[in-house]
Design a protein around this ligand. Structure first.
Ligand SMILES: CC(C)(COP(=O)(O)OP(=O)(O)OC[C@H]1O[C@@H](n2cnc3c(N)ncnc32)[C@H](O)[C@@H]1OP(=O)(O)O)[C@@H](O)C(=O)NCCC(=O)NCCS
Length: 155
């Protein structure tokens, strides 16, 4: 059974996550693995951002999602973001990303977030469109075209 918990700053699983993030995104952005790990280990601010939630199966980390502040510089007016959704190859295709997103949305509600934003390369909204996220606009992020979406969390 897959379980979810916040990953503390000293958790050893952070190295595995940094390796996945680096291979998927950081390497293309010119980051070293060390820089990726430093970015992942940024200190939390007073309100608890960034907040990292990991999925575990049999004690092994198999996925993650993050709540962050101001992920896209082009949208300084959008404060709270969901991002860095990742599922291990071994666990893809069975709804785990969707569950991670729901876990993060529930955590955002506990943290008092009103609107949560994300960017995705799936210009049709992919799995997010099915989970109550609304498209706002397309934008360029480095060399990628992305769709920015929002989900109302609490009034
Ligand atoms: C994308 C990813 C998180 C999906 O994980 P998963 O557990 O297999 O996802 P789920 O089973 O919950 O949902 C699969 C759906 O996600 C959709 N999807 C794939 N990539 C997507 C993306 N970048 N954005 C939105 N949806 C995406 C698929 O089309 C699939 O839809 P379908 O069920 O209609 O076929 C996983 O493949 C992964 O970690 N990829 C590398 C990192 C990445 O691209 N993260 C997404 C950042 S927005």
């Amino acid at each position: 059974m897959v379980e979810f918990s916040e990953l503390t700053v000293d958790a050893p699983e952070r190295l595995q996550l940094a390796q996945w993030y680096h291979a998927e995104w950081g390497q293309d952005a010119g980051l070293s693995l060390e820089q990726e790990l430093q970015r992942l280990n940024r200190a939390q601010d007073a309100e608890g951002f960034p907040h990292l939630i990991a999925a575990f199966d049999g004690g092994q980390v198999v996925g993650a999602v993050q709540l962050k502040r101001r992920e896209m510089q082009a949208f300084p007016q959008y404060e709270h973001w969901l991002g860095s959704v990742f599922v291990a190859d071994s666990h893809r295709g069975r709804g785990l990303a969707g569950t991670l997103v729901e876990q993060a949305a529930a955590q955002a509600a506990r943290m008092g977030v009103s609107d949560l934003y994300l960017q995705t390369e799936a210009l049709d909204g992919g799995l997010y469109a099915r989970l109550g996220w609304t498209p706002l606009q397309e934008a360029d992020n480095r060399s990628d075209r992305v769709l920015v979406m929002v989900r109302r969390i609490s009034a």
